[in-house]
Design a protein around this ligand. Structure first.
Ligand code: CP
Ligand code: NVA
Length: 303
């Protein structure tokens, strides 16, 4: 594993190895055991979109690993004025030990990896959000004790989160059901991948059918970053695609709820369901730190 560009590139074993290392790093962090295995290393963090969790967890994680992180906003970088990503990749490779990038097009992340010579980590694109799903899988395994055989139901937009959850969930042996409006289905490449898994993956617009007997109920915003102009149209298209009491009643009685955050209460999730499952959701947010530290250790050296 040289980069983390998308979960499609990772094997089941590589995902499980990251989760195991993340558990170990979490244990060490909680018990005051230092692990400065990236001492002297620098991670560049390019942000072309906003972020709370990704920025703070990568920066803190790098610090805890003994290295440092540089926040690079597209408002300040020459990339924001049109310097090609191919040149940016080759320049930054001369200074840094790794790059985390959050941007729009997946191609930009793939180009960075192609033209640069250091590990590239995808911190969210329109296509996927692999770091988030590694943290989600870690959280689900922590709460349920396993991943294999669990049913994950995703309700809402067939967006970057849906794409990564389908791939990650299926790879680790989960059954994945997605309930999305017909015009907002997951990416074709992901649906093609899911075909290999036969009836372990289902796509429907029937929320109650998708959530039946689910162990994990997942949702995300109706309007992602970059789609703000469509907000009104999307509110109409997604009306009803909400995680609420009725939906939770169709899931298993001990079903957990996950949300990558930020959440829009009374849109994709009711405030009641959100607060009833807040511990699980904020464990998930915390685990971004541990899962990404594991990714950085794997990619940038150390143990
Ligand atoms: N879930 C997530 O990636 O959060 P941020 O947008 O705050 O980084
Ligand atoms: N789908 C959301 C996820 C945010 C973490 C977005 O892309 O804005």
């Amino acid at each position: 594993m040289n980069h983390l560009l998308k979960l499609l590139d990772l094997s089941r074993e590589e995902i499980i190895e990251i989760l195991n290392l993340a558990d170990q790093l979490k244990y060490e962090t909680k018990n005051g055991i230092e692990h400065k295995v990236l001492e002297g290393k620098t991670l560049g963090m390019i942000f072309q979109k906003s972020s709370t969790r990704t920025r703070v967890s990568f920066e803190t994680g790098m610090y805890q690993l003994g290295g440092q992180a540089l926040f690079l906003s597209n408002r300040d970088l020459q990339i924001g004025r049109g310097e090609p990503v191919q040149d940016t990749a080759r320049v930054l490779s001369r200074y840094l030990d790794g790059i985390m990038i959050r941007t729009f097009e997946q191609k930009e992340v793939e180009d960075l990896a192609e033209y640069g010579s250091i590990p590239i980590i995808n911190g969210l694109t329109d296509f996927c959000h692999p770091c988030q799903v590694l943290a989600d899988l870690m959280t689900i395994r922590e709460h349920k004790g396993r991943l294999d055989g669990l049913k994950l139901c995703y309700i809402g937009d067939g967006n970057n989160m849906a794409n990564s959850l389908i791939v990650g969930g299926l790879k680790v042996g989960m059954e994945v059901a997605t309930a999305c409006p017909d015009d907002y289905r997951p990416d074709k490449q992901v649906l093609e991948f899911a075909k290999e898994y036969g009836d372990k993956y289902t796509l429907t617009s029937d929320i109650l059918a998708a959530v039946k007997d689910a162990d994990v109920v997942y949702t995300d915003v109706w309007t992602s970053m970059g789609e703000e102009a469509e907000t009104k149209k999307r509110k109409i298209a997604f009306a009803g695609y909400q995680v609420n009491d009725e939906v939770m009643a169709a899931a298993k009685p001990d079903a957990m709820v996950q949300h990558c955050l930020p959440a829009h209460r009374e849109e994709e999730i009711t405030a009641k369901v959100f607060e009833e499952h807040a511990d699980e959701i904020f464990d998930e947010a915390e685990n971004r730190l541990h899962a990404q530290k594991a990714v950085m250790v794997k990619l940038m050296g150390g143990k």
